[in-house]
Design a protein around this ligand. Structure first.
Ligand SMILES: [Zn+2]
Length: 453
């Protein structure tokens, strides 16, 4: 049994609607036992942490990422390309991935996310060349100490069948389904507080056959795991999908049983009112990735319409090849700003008003937890896992602020100072506690140089 008491917190935002001045949290064996003011939470603990001058909130939940892509940031030929050209540049690079490169890349991506306040990451991995296995990503996220939802999917349609990727990056239909089932059997933990869950996650309707999409949906339902893919990321996707399979992506996926609260889609930029209503009816969630959508010039996701329709909406940083960072607090700021730009482009915010800083943080915490089907994270309350982050306000960028919580978004918080995942310290005084970043970056840089030689 171990206990920890965080106390004297300048502002404790539980994300249940409660904001406590001079707050405190008592943690026992990785679980939150008590939340209140410092004078209310008085139990003596093994470890006591003074967080005066800090804002504390639940750890952020990243609902869409491709950790391997930290190896291909700012690749010159992909810098100014839209999605299809961007993929055409990068697929040949990713063909050279090795198990060591992927493990190192995932560790760097997880480290970067942790430093930005992320405590749970959903990693969408679908390229498995040269013996790369999901075990490599499991090792990396475990080493860094993040809670993770890892997807196993794959591409069955290569260039010889009209796909974008070379055949070398594809797998047979049987292998994709079998490897996904194997990953679930080996690594998926359905219990509350799970550090590792597996989901089925093919990349898109255009690179994976109907048979695989249907079988993965059936597998996810049978095993009680998540089901994830990209959807409606670009304006041209619907037309390409109609040409390839005779339907727009969403009705096509629905016809293959991609429906239910375990399903979440990345991007969902180009959806009309009927499609949003279908998503809501299906109970599916959305991983909103504003930076990636801007970076690739994909468009602006109708987030206001999602929220009005009652969709579960979380945030995703997307891969580091299209962001090109993995900073989840910044993503909350981007989400707020982009939603306001969308309002401005249509003449004003309307009756709902602008998306607020608190709503952006809600998407980054409770929204993300809902999207991943987790009721054990996302808020700070008794019985929830102790995934907690703290930001020190004593910095030039926050000086003069009049709302500590909103300031994290408006002033552009540059990472967190402290974080715990299930009560385990991951970030201390702005530094990663779990891995030696120096060694990691040396190895990572060498792999990156080898890939884009
Ligand atoms: Zn993505």
């Amino acid at each position: 049994m171990s206990t920890m008491r965080l106390h004297s917190i300048e502002l404790l935002a539980t994300m249940t609607g409660e904001e406590i001045t001079d707050g405190a949290v008592l943690v026992r064996d990785g679980w939150i036992e008590q939340v209140g003011t410092t004078s209310e939470v008085t139990t003596t603990a093994d470890e006591s942490v003074d967080l005066s001058g800090h804002v504390v909130l639940p750890g952020l939940v990243n609902t869409h990422q491709h950790l391997w892509q930290t190896l291909t940031r700012a690749v010159p030929a992909a810098q100014d390309a839209a999605l299809i050209d961007w993929l055409t540049v990068l697929f040949p690079v990713w063909e050279k991935l090795t198990p060591d490169a992927v493990r190192t890349a995932a560790a760097v991506g997880a480290a970067e996310l942790a430093l930005s306040g992320c405590t749970t990451v959903a990693d969408h991995h679908y390229v498995w060349p040269n013996g790369v296995r999901i075990d490599d990503i499991v090792d990396a996220v475990t080493q860094v100490g993040l809670r993770a939802h890892l997807t196993r999917g794959g591409m069955s349609i290569g260039a010889s069948q009209g796909g974008l990727a070379a055949d070398a990056l594809t797998e047979t239909e049987d292998i994709i389904v079998e490897a996904t089932e194997h990953a679930i059997t080996r690594f998926h933990d359905p219990e509350p507080g799970a550090m590792l869950r597996i989901a089925a996650g093919p990349p898109s309707v255009l690179s994976t056959s109907a048979q695989v999409l249907r079988e993965l949906a059936a597998l996810a339902s049978r095993q009680g795991v998540g089901l994830h893919t990209h959807l409606a990321e670009t304006a041209g996707e619907a037309e390409r999908c109609r040409l390839a399979v005779g339907e727009a992506p969403l009705p096509y996926l629905m016809s293959l049983d991609w429906s239910g609260p375990h399903v979440w889609f990345a991007h969902a930029v180009h959806l009309d009112a009927d499609s949003i209503a279908s998503l809501a009816e299906a109970g599916a969630g959305v991983a909103h990735c504003p930076t990636s959508n801007m970076r690739l010039g994909s468009g602006i996701a109708p987030v206001r319409e999602f929220l009005t329709a009652g969709l579960r909406v979380g945030l995703g940083v997307d891969g580091a090849a299209s962001n090109d960072s993995g900073d989840l607090l910044t993503e909350a700021r981007q989400a707020m700003l982009l939603a306001r730009l969308a309002d401005g482009l249509r003449g004003g915010p309307g009756e709902h008003g602008f998306l607020t800083a608190r709503q952006a943080l809600q998407m980054a915490t409770t929204g993300g937890a809902d999207v991943l089907g987790r009721d054990d994270i996302g808020v700070l309350a008794p019985g929830r896992a102790a995934d907690i982050i703290a930001v020190d306000l004593d910095r030039p960028r926050f000086s003069g602020q009049h709302d500590p919580l909103a300031a994290l978004v408006f002033c552009g918080a540059n990472g967190v100072d402290q974080s715990w995942v299930h009560g385990r310290r991951v970030v201390e005084d702005g530094q990663l506690r779990t891995v030696d970043v120096g060694d990691l970056l040396t190895e990572h840089g060498a792999h990156a140089a080898e890939l884009v030689a």
